[in-house]
Design a protein around this ligand. Structure first.
Ligand code: SAM
Length: 284
């Protein structure tokens, strides 16, 4: 029996590989190539155009960090827009708040949702929650057409700024996010990684654009073993609330939401960045 390995290129000179037990499914959609695998180390995982999106073993880190950091900042969030997120993990975390009334998810590729429901029930099982409405279209166009001040929170759970995900890293998109957020609204979005240059260039570009639009623009970090370098970032932009000063630590803890990565010590600590990251973020 030949060993089967999935390998992703992290930089010109580095690769990350997972030993595959079985290649479960492959499909080419009009938007991207979707593959599902299973492995001993990471359980089930899926890739888009050869890049790991989520694995069963570490997806909780990404999905808890994209959701609970803004939710602890403002516990009155009622209307949420998720852009991308077709595997359903972000929606799953949001549905843990009984106070959220409406979750709109805009995913460009319906096949990601349908196939995740089949192969990744551990992330996709809350997409049927009655508060969730699914839209299959480009998130860039959705926010362009959206009336102003519709949402309390926007979570951009997107692919990297290549191919279909590119529009979600533009000034035009960020300006529309600002417009469709209420006057205390929060935007959290993919900020790539500070470590390898190919990703850190995108992190700098995204931060520079967002800080020109939102009065509060910060970056927070977390440890994601299967993303390039394992050191990954989200951007936090807000019209009013500061995530470290305005967060509701006691109230959040009273909700008794059981998490495996996020906790309220992390709420503040996650915004403390290493010096080399701070330096990069200050560069134009
Ligand atoms: N957590 C992953 C990561 O950072 O690698 C991303 C999750 S994956 C589910 C991201 C989703 O964003 C994909 O399903 C993709 O189809 C969707 N997507 C990419 N560009 C989009 C766009 N312009 N509008 C809406 N969804 C988009």
């Amino acid at each position: 029996m030949l060993d089967l390995w999935f390998t992703e290129k992290w930089s010109e000179n580095t690769r990350f590989s997972i030993k595959v037990k079985e290649h479960l499914y492959s499909e080419e959609t009009p938007f991207q190539k979707i593959d599902f695998f299973t492995s001993n180390e990471y359980g089930r995982f899926f890739t888009l155009d050869g890049m790991i999106m989520i694995t069963e073993k570490d997806e909780f880190i990404y999905h808890e960090m994209i959701t609970h950091v803004p939710m602890c900042t403002n516990l009155n969030i009622k209307r949420v827009l998720v852009i991308g997120g077709g595997d359903g993990g972000t929606v799953r975390e949001l549905t843990r708040y009984s106070t959220i009334e409406k979750i709109d998810m805009v995913e460009i590729d319906e096949r990601v949702v349908r196939l995740s429901q089949k192969f990744l029930p551990f992330t996709a099982d809350k997409l049927e929650d009655k508060r969730v409405t699914l839209y299959y279209q480009d998130g860039l166009k959705f926010v362009e057409d959206c009336p102003s001040e519709m949402y309390d929170l926007i979570l951009v759970d997107s692919t990297d700024p290549i191919s279909v995900g590119e529009g979600l890293f533009t000034t035009e998109f960020y300006k529309n996010c600002y417009r469709v957020l209420k006057n205390d609204g929060i935007l959290v979005n993919q900020h790539e990684s500070p470590y390898y240059e190919r990703y850190s260039q995108e992190m700098k570009k995204a931060h520079n654009k967002i800080k020109k639009i939102f009065p509060i623009a910060k970056v927070y970090q977390f440890h994601q073993p299967t993303y390039a370098s394992g050191h990954w970032l989200f951007g936090f932009a807000s019209k009013k609330y500061n995530p470290t000063l305005d967060c509701k630590i006691e109230e959040w803890n009273k909700l008794n939401i059981q998490t495996r990565y996020y906790n309220t010590d992390i709420q503040r600590a996650t915004f403390a960045l290493p010096n080399y990251v701070k330096t990069q973020l200050e560069e134009k």
